[in-house]
Design a binder for this molecule. Structure first.
Ligand code: PFF
Length: 464
């Protein structure tokens, strides 16, 4: 794949939908969305996030898939292919963003390996609630953080080096439906628990007085992150989509699946928090690492104390978290590798080795920034850039999601709205009302909204 002669293709429309959904559904849904929603106090943040998905995320996704399918190239090669070599920088920016995201994402994905092993132990020997400091101690253990992250990166590289359609398409076809089924089962269990009503209230009752400019940028940034937009992943995946498929339907299905899984994850986790008084207290006090570790700390409690079949679901769940993360890291690494293959003419093997090596080096700083190294853990950049976050991992995450992805998305909308020949978009999307609506969104609404949010943040604004 990607060598220009034998370009791979998805074997069917569902193959692409599930792989794209596999890219979109990942730690962003299961790990990040619940904890940023918790930290931003629910309701209003969720509403803004949903608006960002519908008004900005969807049109950008449509644009990226369209660009990829039309050019049949990875991002940095797609713009020249479409006749605009000056815009290739957007593709390069995307590949760089991929490296930045992978450097922290693989470290967090590594936590799922530890949770899996821990659950197997509990299933065999009986559950013993870990002390509240246990997760923090794990985070501060440098060798574990580096080693687990590296293991995860290696899994990713092994799949990417082989090309994706055979491996990843087959795997996601089974894994995504199973993940969905398990999430639904967890929801059914949550519905029977005391805290369910309070969780729904938290999630859906908006309180706009709690909403600052940074929260709005965070919602926008997360919309890009969760849909894998703004760095060319969908351009790359789109380059393997066949001509006959409706990219409007595909985009809609991926966005809806992604949103449903993110909301389900919140509903389940918040229900447990509101149902277990001691947990509620620690979480509301916002104690060290507890919100970031929600997926890995809160859920085992549900599996082993509240539900039938928990000793089977527990380990299985973390296998699925690992696979959800893996189908995302594959798409991230694929962008970097495809860029090197298409632009430098490297063999796939060489490109994969180089990209993996670079990501690994950067991941070390991330892995040590969770307590193992004081310097890495306390690093700060100017507040306007990182909202005061400290530590390499938080900074990488924040800069990638809140700055690089929205900027990448902004460039994509400016390009398809103002530079790309209108004829191309009409041929790809059709000429009906959907096209008309999309065109207004990408030409005016998206660039203005993204630009305005960025402007507000730069001047320290507040949306409440
Ligand atoms: N969408 C993935 C998630 O929500 O976990 C993360 C991601 C994957 C971001 C691929 C960007 C990307 F290109």
């Amino acid at each position: 794949m990607g060598d220009g002669t034998t370009r791979d293709a998805w074997s069917s429309r569902w193959g692409f939908v599930l792989a794209a959904a596999g890219s979109a559904v990942g730690l962003g849904n299961l790990w990040k969305f619940p904890y940023i929603t918790w930290n931003n106090r629910g309701g209003a943040f969720v509403l803004v996030y949903l608006a960002c998905i519908a008004v900005i995320g969807l049109p950008v996704m449509l644009s990226e898939i369209m660009l990829g399918r039309r050019a049949r190239q990875s991002p940095a090669a797609a713009f020249p292919e479409l006749g605009n070599p000056k815009w290739a920088f957007v593709g390069w920016l995307g590949a760089a963003t991929g490296v930045v995201i992978l450097a922290f994402y693989t470290v967090i994905a590594g936590w799922s390996l530890r949770s899996f092993v821990q659950c197997v132990g509990w299933s065999i020997n009986g559950y013993e609630a870990p002390s509240s400091e246990a997760f923090g101690a794990f985070l501060a253990h440098g060798p574990s953080q580096i080693g687990l992250g590296a293991a995860f990166l290696l899994f990713t590289a092994v799949i990417v080096v082989r090309g994706i359609s055979g491996g990843i398409e087959k795997a996601t076809r089974i894994l995504m439906p199973v993940l969905f089924a398990i999430m639904l089962y967890l929801l059914v269990v949550a519905i029977t628990m005391d805290g369910f009503g309070e969780a729904l209230g938290f999630l859906f009752r908006p309180d706009f007085s709690a909403l600052g400019a940074h929260a709005v940028l965070e919602a926008l940034g997360h919309a890009f992150f969760t849909l894998s937009l703004g760095m060319g992943a969908m351009i790359t995946y789109g380059s393997y989509v066949s001509r006959g498929d409706s990219i409007v339907n595909i985009s809609l299905i991926v966005a809806v699946l992604d949103t449903v899984i993110a909301l389900l994850a919140c509903a389940v986790m918040f229900t447990i928090i509101f149902s277990v008084p001691s947990l509620k207290e620690t979480m509301q006090a916002g104690e060290g690492g507890s919100t970031v570790g929600m997926l890995f700390v809160t859920l085992p409690n549900l599996f082993y104390t509240q539900m039938t079949g928990g000793s089977v679901i527990g380990p299985l769940f973390y296998v699925l978290v690992g696979f959800a993360a893996l189908s995302s890291t594959i798409s991230l690494l694929e962008v970097v590798v495809a860029t090197c293959v298409d632009r430098f003419g490297w063999a796939r093997r060489k490109a994969t080795a180089a990209a993996t090596g670079l990501v690994f080096l950067l991941s070390i700083g991330n892995a040590l920034s969770l307590g193992a190294s004081k310097a890495m853990s306390e690093l700060k950049l100017p507040k306007v850039l990182t909202a005061g976050k400290a530590g390499v991992l938080s900074i990488f995450d924040h800069v990638a999601a809140n700055w690089l992805l929205p900027l990448g998305g902004l460039f994509v909308t400016l390009y398809v709205g103002w530079v790309l020949d209108e004829k191309v978009a009409k041929e790809e999307i059709g000429t009906g009302p959907v096209y008309q609506g999309w065109r207004i969104l990408v030409r005016f609404v998206c660039p203005v909204a993204i630009g305005w949010i960025i402007y507000e943040v730069l001047r320290g604004g507040d949306f409440s």
